[in-house]
Design a protein around this ligand. Sequence first.
Ligand code: LLP
Length: 416
Amino acid sequence: MDFFQYKNNKLYAEDLLVSELAEQFGTPLYIYSRATLERHWKAFDSALGDHPHLVCFAVKSNPNIAILQVMAKLGAGFDIVSQGELERVIAAGGDPHKVVFSGVAKNEKEIARALELDIRCFNVESLAELQRINEVAGKSGKIAPISLRVNPDVDAHTHPYISTGLKENKFGVSVDEAREVYRLASRLPNIKVTGMDCHIGSQLTEIQPFLDATDRLILLLEQLREDGIELEHLDLGGGLGVTYSDEMPPHPSEYATALLNKLKQYTNLEIIMEPGRAISANSGILVTKVEYLKSNETHNFAIVDAGMNDMIRPALYQAYMNIIEADRTLNRESKIYDVVGPICETSDFLGKQRRLAIAPGDYLVQRSAGAYGASMSSTYNSRPLTAEVMVDGSQAHLIRRRAELTELWELESLLP
Ligand code: LLP
């Protein structure tokens, strides 16, 4: 459930008219709803109830510091994958002790900074990384808390590009090797083994793969107990899907209930989750203006002012994202359109074969754009990064101004 709803056929973001926000701030425009963000994070937090837990928002899904600030104010933790994301969390007022650090390529500088800030845990993805963390911790006079990212070899039944828990993927340590790596970790002088984690993929619409992964992790956890290694937490990653069209992903409470059921005898084992999309996707929309309508022998095109540089998901994953009119009171003829952007690539589309009633100058809204939208945007074709607005009731806050054209080459230099 989100707070982007039609009232009298006009789309609102909480209490504000989307088309008026588009006029005020220009397009393309990302609009987020604070109430929706809060509701989604709380859905995870309350679903885990009294069991010790920490819901870490996956920063990569939407790293705007105002979004992170909303999360921090709720008491959220954060799942990060770079020093850039770590510094954003700090800039947003987030608590470094609630940060878990994932990612396959942590460099020495990133590790040192994370140690300096006393983050909650490094989610270690390889033996070589473990050794590097041990060394950097030694130099910094710190003990690094670690969890091993275990690759449980579970099929997440999602798009291959966002499937991460199969044995052929680059992520984590295979479930067969993990026991040995844990034994080694427990003997390293600057390492404290605190947990185990996994992340099997993104946009999962069933619970079963999560439960299968949990079973494998529990098995390993029991083996580690035999080796005298006691874990403090189990981190199941992110991955819970959202509704883009007609998917029916489980509600966080369904997922949490099934999980708590499996873990009921582990009352002291803290559960960590790293949801990104399930919190941010439906908390945001991308508003775009129809520049031209154009038809050829086979297609009608709605050419809009947002392109694959603003939202790459359809081009990259053939992702379906819903597109709706901001104002349905305008009396337009309805047709089937391919909604395409200004970029010089055939893959530059926001949606194909959509029935829309529009005219040039109208605003279209791509839904579920709050996750992996602005965060994956680029300036391809020298298009400045777009503006972002957070709506909070009847207030609209500009949380990222539109970049100026001159900023496009600000970091570049002419030859002498
Ligand atoms: N934790 C780890 C270690 C991850 O790699 C990810 C996402 C998450 C948590 C958050 O997953 P979520 O709850 O958002 O599914 N750009 C793609 C999605 C890539 C996800 C990468 N990892 C997309 O637009 O569909």
